[in-house]
Design a binder for this molecule. Structure first.
Ligand code: FE2
Length: 409
C-alpha cells in the first residue's frame, strides 16, 4: 500500500478542514445540550465529541501502528456508536460521562498522536478516518436538528435559503434503457467495503420525475389524509419547515424530507413507485451516448452551483435552484439538497469482503431493514459525492435529510 508522501499534504489539509468543521458544529450547542440525547436510539452528544478523534487514534495509532494508548479507558468509552432495535434503547445517564473539559483534553491528545503518526500509516487508514469523521458531521447535523432552538446558537451567517416560494407541476423525463455501473473495482480508489465489486446491469427504459417531490406536492397527500412528515410543524392552520435554527413558513418549492415508507406511500398514492438503486445510477450518471460520468453534470468537480452539498447551507433550498447540476437526461438535484431514497434494500455487491480494520461497517446492516440512499444532502462533504458511495438507513427513520421522486410503473 502507498505510504503518505505526495498526497500527505492534501489529505492533511482535508483532515484539518474536517476537524475545524466539526469543532464549529459542536460550538452551535449550548453547554447543557452536550449531555442530552435528542434521538432516543443514539448516544448523548458528549459521546461524539470524544468519538471522532478517539476513532482516529484507535484506527491509526493503536490498530494501524500497534502503539500503546495512554487512554485505554477513554478509548473503550468512545470507540463505537449504536443502532439498537426498537424497544432496546440506551439507558446511560448524563453523570456516566466525563466532563467536557476532560473529553476535550482527550481529543487534543488523540489529535497530537494522530498528527505524529500520519507519515507512517498507509494512506487508506487516513482516508478512512477522514471519511468516518465527515459522515459523522452529517449525522450529527441530523441530531442537532432535533434539539429545541434554544439549545442552539445560529451562526451569524445563518440565512435559510428557503423563503416559502411557489412550486409548479413536476415534469417527467424519459430515461432510455442502458447500462448502469454500480460500485467500483477493488483497488481503483478509496471506498468503503460496500462499494466494492463493480456491478454492470442493464436498466430498461423508465420515466422519472424531473424534480424531487416538493413540499407543495406532498401537501396534497397530507390533505388526502397522510400524516405530517417529521420536518413539518403545524401551528393552528399554518405549516412550517423545521429548519436547523428556525421554523420556516413551509416552502412549497423545497424538497419534502420523508422516510422511505412515507415516500413509498406517496408514490403508490400517485400510482407510481420509487427508483431502484440501478435506476438512480442510470438517471444520474448515464448519458444518451452510453458513457457514464462521475457526476450528474459531467466531470467537473462539485461546486455549489451544481447543488446543495458540501456544507453549502443548513437547510434545503428550492428544487429549482441548481439547474447547472442537471443530469444528461435533464433530471434535477439527483445529487444534493437531500439524499434520494431508493426502493433497494441495502445489501452487498458480489464478492463483498469486510474491511479487517472495520469489519461491521456495512455487514451489521445487511438485514433488509435498511434501504439505500444515493446522492447527498447540504451536509454531505464533496468527497462523499462519488457515484459508488452508498448511504443507508432504516426505512422508517425520520431524522435524515431524505427526499425522493417517483418513477412511472
Ligand atoms: Fe463512528
Amino acid at each position: 500500500m502507498p505510504v503518505l508522501e505526495a498526497t500527505s499534504s492534501r489529505l492533511l489539509t482535508e483532515l484539518c478542514g474536517a476537524r475545524a468543521q466539526g469543532d464549529e458544529l459542536f460550538s452551535v450547542l449550548t453547554p447543557e445540550a452536550m449531555y442530552l440525547r435528542p434521538i432516543a436510539e443514539r448516544h448523548r452528544v458528549i459521546f461524539y465529541l470524544g468519538h471522532l478523534d478517539g476513532f482516529d487514534s484507535i484506527q491509526i495509532c493503536r490498530e494501524g501502528l500497534g502503539q500503546k494508548s495512554p487512554d485505554p479507558g477513554l478509548d473503550d468509552l468512545f470507540q463505537a456508536g449504536i443502532d439498537p432495535d426498537a424497544g432496546q434503547l440506551p439507558k446511560d445517564t448524563a453523570s456516566d460521562w466525563p466532563s467536557v473539559e476532560q473529553v476535550k483534553a482527550y481529543v487534543e491528545r488523540c489529535r497530537r498522536r494522530v498528527d505524529d503518526s500520519l507519515e507512517q500509516v498507509p494512506e487508506e487508514a487516513v482516508q478512512m478516518a477522514l471519511e468516518h469523521r465527515l459522515m459523522h458531521l452529517e449525522t450529527l447535523a441530523y441530531m442537532f436538528h432535533n434539539f429545541p432552538f434554544d439549545s442552539k446558537r445560529a451562526p451569524r451567517t445563518y440565512n435559510p435559503a428557503l423563503t416559502g416560494g411557489a412550486d409548479r407541476a413536476n415534469e417527467w423525463r424519459a430515461i432510455p434503457g442502458g447500462e448502469a455501473v454500480l460500485g467500483q473495482r477493488r483497488g481503483a480508489s478509496f471506498g468503503w467495503d460496500n462499494e466494492y465489486g463493480e456491478v454492470r446491469s442493464q436498466i430498461p427504459e423508465f420515466r422519472v420525475q424531473r424534480f424531487p417531490v416538493s413540499n407543495g406536492e406532498y401537501l396534497q397527500f397530507v390533505r388526502a389524509g397522510a400524516a405530517l412528515p417529521h420536518f413539518w410543524i403545524q401551528k393552528d392552520e399554518r405549516l412550517f419547515h423545521r429548519g436547523m435554527f428556525a421554523e420556516i413558513p413551509l416552502p412549497l418549492d423545497g424538497p419534502v424530507y420523508v422516510t422511505e415508507l412515507e415516500a413509498e406511500a406517496y408514490a403508490a398514492w400517485l400510482g407510481k413507485r420509487l427508483m431502484s438503486e440501478g435506476e438512480f445510477h442510470r438517471a444520474a450518471y448515464g448519458t444518451p451516448s452510453g458513457e457514464n460520468r462521475p457526476y450528474p453534470w459531467g466531470v467537473s468537480p462539485p461546486s455549489h452551483e451544481h447543488g446543495n452539498f458540501d456544507f453549502k447551507a443548513w437547510d434545503p433550498e428550492s428544487i429549482y435552484a441548481t439547474p447547472a447540476g442537471d443530469s444528461a437526461f435533464g433530471v434535477s438535484q439527483l445529487v444534493g439538497n437531500g439524499w434520494e431514497w431508493t426502493s433497494t434494500p441495502f445489501g452487498p455487491f458480489p464478492g463483498f469482503e469486510q474491511r479487517p480494520s472495520y469489519p461491521g461497517y456495512s455487514s451489521n446492516f445487511f438485514d433488509n431493514e435498511h434501504y439505500v440512499l444515493k446522492g447527498g444532502s447540504s451536509r454531505t462533504a464533496a468527497r462523499l459525492l462519488r457515484p459508488s458511495f452508498r448511504n443507508w438507513f432504516r426505512r422508517d427513520y425520520p431524522y435524515l435529510y431524505g427526499k425522493f421522486r417517483c418513477v412511472d410503473r
